[in-house]
Design a protein around this ligand. Structure first.
Ligand code: TXA
Ligand code: MG
Length: 327
């Protein structure tokens, strides 16, 4: 699908720019908005044409369904059917970095294109004040995947969005760096026991504590109806990744954790968290992958990251980034 060449306005998020961007959304335009997780590329979720513009701008495979962003539980109920577990999770974590996959409600306004033809949909109420103001002013759920070109890492600053999407979208509202820096955790509540579809900014343990039960886990790399479009290479930088590296060669860049590669010969080295803090590591992950990719190194040696808490989500992203390219 070809994209339409557009003039991209970049501006700090203010009452005036949010109002202008909301008007643009109501007219079918594309707006990159800050959220607490990563920047999203927003379009009117009810408009198939606007949503098609998102896929085109991203160059994203069209079978990948999008998250519909709403203000609160009341707005979400108009779009999706909440089970008891879904209710509990929304009450505990909304507004915030949890996405719920639910059966579509009768009268659901989110377009089939945004849902990739499914009778389920993904819903999230973000906490970031700019995202909330934009949803409110637009008066419609906003379909918003991460605001990157397909196959590139998710953007955590307005500059990242501009680098990927300049000339392809109408607005970029700059709200500073994303606070969490990692996408939302996705949980499906589709009748059976709630299932973790994507690890993310809310740790699995915290969700299980609210449910008083373990989450089932779906392998999101399988192209099952439950997790369509979770391409293995979705988070891939251009450079090849070498995971669990114990050292780095002089022609490699190094993505370090807690100084494990400090003595290596690497051409460039960035430490996700010198003190070994997984939350800090998560917030740096995409920006550092990008920065190392931009050094032009063919390979990035990645230090081991502990597989607990947010380390599970970080390792999930790293595995995807390291997977053989599908296209
Ligand atoms: O933090 C986030 O979640 C960010 C911000 C912008 O909200 N958004 C984001 O969207 O990461 P995106 O499109 O990059 O990832 C959405 C994921 C996709 O992997 C998609 O397959 C999954 O949600 N998804 C959406 N609808 C689904 C559905 N009905 N069933 C299963 N998975 C679904
Ligand atoms: Mg994405």
């Amino acid at each position: 699908m070809a994209f339409t060449r557009r003039t991209t306005h970049v501006a700090p998020a203010t009452a005036e720019t949010i109002a202008a961007a909301a008007a643009c959304l109501r007219a079918g335009g594309l707006v990159a908005m800050p959220t607490e997780t990563v920047y999203g590329l927003a379009a009117d979720a009810a408009s198939g044409a606007a949503v098609a513009g998102v896929y085109a701008a991203k160059g994203r495979p069209s079978f990948n369904p999008l998250i519909a962003h709403v203000l609160d539980i009341a707005a979400a109920r108009r779009e999706g059917e909440f089970s008891r577990e879904a209710d509990r999770l929304a009450e505990a974590f909304w507004p915030g970095a949890l996405t719920l996959v639910l059966p579509a409600a009768r009268g659901c306004r989110v377009s089939l294109l945004a849902r990739a033809g499914l009778d389920t949909l993904a819903l999230r109420a973000p906490v970031h004040e700019t995202a909330r103001a934009l949803i409110e002013a637009a008066g419609t759920p906003l379909a918003a995947p991460s605001a990157n070109r397909s196959g590139r890492v998710s953007p955590t600053t307005a500059a990242h969005v501009l680098a990927d999407l300049d000339g392809r979208i109408d607005w970029i509202l700059d709200g500073g760096p994303a606070r969490l820096g990692l996408e939302s955790t996705i949980v499906a509540c589709l009748g059976a026991a709630p299932a973790l579809l994507r690890p993310g900014a809310i740790a699995r343990e915290d969700i299980e504590a609210v449910l008083h039960a373990p989450l089932a886990v779906r392998d999101q790399t399988e192209k099952t109806p439950n997790a369509p479009g979770q391409l293995k290479s979705h988070y891939a930088p251009r450079a090849r990744l070498r995971l669990e590296a114990r050292d780095a060669a002089s022609d490699e860049a190094a993505l370090d954790f807690a100084g494990a590669l400090a003595g290596a010969a690497a051409a460039a080295r960035l430490d996700l968290s010198p003190s070994g803090d997984l939350v800090e590591a998560a917030s740096n992950l995409f920006a550092y992958l990008r920065a190392l990719d931009e050094t032009g190194a063919e390979r990035i040696a990645v230090a081991p990251v502990p597989h607990r808490g947010l380390g599970v989500a970080i390792n999930d992203r790293l595995r995807r980034a390291a997977a053989p390219r599908e296209a």
